[in-house]
Design a protein around this ligand. Structure first.
Ligand SMILES: C[S@@+](CC[C@H](N)C(=O)[O-])C[C@H]1O[C@@H](n2cnc3c(N)ncnc32)[C@H](O)[C@@H]1O
Length: 247
């Protein structure tokens, strides 16, 4: 399916025809059925196939003002939580896990991801922080005890959790989280109409309302879109906290 999609996408004429046909279907399927018209990709295979290309882009990402700003904003929030144990859910090959672990050397960082091959690659080639470890696990079945991790965070992971699994993933993140939950994800609600339509055509991204999914499991502290130079709210920071429990 993905190779057909890519072939259609690279040709401008078929891309236009494809978008003209698919956009109304994606809109109807999203707003009425809350599903993807073309079905769901297998996340583990998708990210395994993308890794080499994405890895080549690391230098570009490092020099991109939006991502410099994003990483600084995430690191500042993580530092502000002042905890000793952080869990990144959906760490890919550990690019940001390594970066944040280096910035907060006093704390321990655990990264989990579905992709075993990507984690092994990260461990061999990339993750140099001595305070970072990775675990192959699914966000829907986290191998940690209730309230055992001070800070749980994501950077564009849950945006790739489909509509049938997102509820379970949120249950798990809120279950293991002891104090603070930070979700940096895509929210199409503050976007312009044009961008909203474009994002609904994204074949491996899903639009979720994180504050509603978390509900009363944790307290919503803030929802803050991080705008790019076109004033487009590309990613939104959703921050939640758990009341301190008496021992
Ligand atoms: C955009 S990448 C994340 C990038 C990474 N957070 C970073 O900032 O460098 C999305 C990742 O989410 C992972 N993912 C998707 N669904 C998942 C799930 N249910 N459990 C664990 N990881 C998942 C994918 O395997 C992929 O590595």
């Amino acid at each position: 399916m993905r190779s057909i999609y890519l072939a259609l996408w690279t040709n401008p004429v078929t891309r236009f025809i494809y978008l003209a046909c698919i956009t109304p279907l994606n809109i109807i399927w999203y707003y009425l059925l809350h599903r993807k018209f073309l079905g769901d990709p297998i996340q583990r295979n998708l990210w395994k196939d993308r890794r080499s290309d994405d890895f080549l882009q690391v230098d570009n990402v490092e020099g991109d003002p939006y991502y410099i700003n994003l990483d600084k904003a995430v690191a500042d929030r993580l530092r502000g939580f002042d905890d000793s144990l952080y869990l990144e859910v959906g760490c890919y090959y550990g690019y940001r896990l390594n970066k944040f672990a280096r910035e907060l050397p006093h704390a321990c960082f655990i990264g989990i991801d579905l992709g075993l091959e990507n984690l092994l690659f990260g461990k061999k080639e990339f993750i140099t922080a001595p305070n970072a470890v990775v675990v192959n696990a699914d966000a829907c079945f986290l191998p940690f005890r209730d309230n055992s991790i001070g800070v749980v965070f994501t950077v564009v992971c849950l945006t790739h959790a489909d509509y049938s699994s997102i509820g379970k993933a949120i249950d798990e993140l809120t279950r293991v989280c002891k104090h603070n939950l930070l979700l940096v994800e895509v929210d199409n609600r503050p976007m312009s109409w044009h961008r909203k339509m474009a994002i609904l055509n994204w074949d491996y991204g899903y639009m979720h309302q994180y504050e509603k999914l978390v509900g009363d499991k944790m307290k919503l502290v803030s929802m803050t879109p991080l705008r790019d130079t076109d004033n487009h709210p590309r990613y939104t920071f959703f921050e939640f906290s758990k009341p301190v429990m008496s021992p």
